[in-house]
Design a protein around this ligand. Structure first.
Ligand SMILES: C[S@@+](CC[C@H](N)C(=O)[O-])C[C@H]1O[C@@H](n2cnc3c(N)ncnc32)[C@H](O)[C@@H]1O
Length: 250
């Protein structure tokens, strides 16, 4: 299936923006369906690795509808979620208003337990150097025109000692598992996209973008080249998903 949403070079951002605008309202439901709910567990692991404490500052890039941003804020971190899609941010903002109302009732003056959302480009962050204790990105890196630039920006805005945690689709090292997994992405995931949001091509994009993304090993290599400490790759489901972790040198 040719993919209307993947384009190399300058057109990349516009196509990715169209894609998320078209699926924003159904994004959370489809995330649960295509990962059998497992993305929730993996995101919890990202938050554990971010190790934020009350009073810390956290930045969640390509935040989408805000899963990671809410979880970081729940730990007491003053959290900013950043994304370039107005439509995804509108869903995040709707969630924020609901959570804020609920939290304020249960624990008065607890507004800091909810993130704030901001529109921006993950490749050109509107923040000063050394500003955040933890910087996360869930399923965003693969979508950037330059994933290397995205990692550089994460490192730039992290404080010395700050944690950088990236969750994304990966490439399983085992050839048989890789073939099975890519077949799932090629065949079943677009069908879920068709059935539940009428957008098979938006979900065929996952495989297309993954083909053009060097995945977990190259991200770890880049983190090492940027002199991060304790660089780790955590393979999930045999490398079908992966978390890249590193700490900015002090
Ligand atoms: C697959 S969603 C991930 C959402 C969320 N982090 C999650 O894990 O569920 C990818 C998000 O990246 C955003 N995005 C893609 N390129 C971006 C860029 N250059 N700057 C900011 N956000 C971007 C999209 O708008 C979309 O909301």
């Amino acid at each position: 299936m040719s993919n209307a949403f993947y384009a190399p070079g300058d057109e990349r951002a516009a196509r990715v923006n169209d894609l998320f605008a078209s699926i924003a309202r159904r994004y959370d439901l489809l995330n649960d369906l295509q990962s059998f709910g497992l993305h929730r567990l993996w995101k919890r692991q990202v938050v554990r690795l971010a190790r934020v404490h009350p009073g810390d500052r956290a930045l969640d890039l390509c935040c989408g509808t805000g899963d990671l941003s809410f979880a970081l804020a729940q730990q007491g971190a003053e959290t900013v979620g950043l994304d370039f899609s107005e439509q995804m941010l509108a869903v995040a903002e709707g969630r924020r208003q609901k959570v804020e109302g609920r939290t304020e009732k249960a624990v008065p003056h607890s507004a800091s337990r909810v993130p704030r959302f901001q529109q921006g480009d993950a490749q050109q962050l509107p923040f000063t150097d050394n500003a955040f204790d933890a910087v996360t990105m869930g399923y965003g890196l693969r979508n950037l025109a330059s994933w290397e630039r995205g990692v550089q920006e994460m490192v730039r805005v992290a404080k010395p000692g700050g944690r950088i945690v990236v969750l994304d689709f990966g490439k399983p090292p085992n050839a048989l598992w890789r073939t099975l997994y890519f077949t799932h992405l090629r065949c079943s995931v677009p069908v879920i996209g068709l059935l539940f949001c009428g957008r098979p091509r938006a979900y065929a994009y996952i495989l297309e973008s993954l083909k053009h993304y060097p995945a977990q090993l190259a991200v770890a290599e880049k983190m090492r080249a940027l002199k991060l400490n304790n660089v780790r790759v955590i393979n999930l489901l045999g490398g079908a998903m992966a978390i890249n972790y590193g700490e900015k040198p002090t």
